[in-house]
Write a new protein. Sequence first.
Length: 176
Amino acid sequence: MKKMELVFIPAPAISHLVSHFDFAKQLLDRDDCFSVTIIVMRNPIYGNVVDYAESLVASDSRVRLRFFFLRPREVAQPQPSLPRSGLPLLIDCIESYKLDVKEFIINQVLLDSSISFAGLFVDMCTTSMIDVANELGLPSYTFCTTGAACSLGFAIYVITRHGRVEREFQASDTEI
């Protein structure tokens, strides 16, 4: 049986990393043909993501589960006169890793003839990595790490907001 490699790219936040790690463990427990690599990006805001990922590596003895730590990237910090929320900074960080992810997939996965690439799993914050999969002609899947309570809360908020505003949503530069 030929081994199939899955590559997971969680957003560089502990909550996303935990969800991907747990999902990967469940897949590995169900089928021996899979191996999983979780790519860990460094977070410019919270540095503890890498430390947490390293603790997961130490706590899990599965041979078919590995972590690949991308090198730190310089992301333009906001100027003090222009306040900037963490989300755009995180999005810029994720975008800056696209070439590194592409090089990893080409050099570490596709060149190994003993395994087949089964898919790239991204979450809601790393969907821009689908571009990498498309460039390489590889399948990609979106893994929604959001809990049911958060999703339900957002859905209720959208309905409530629509009732207050009483008009259709329009494109806006303002953060909601």
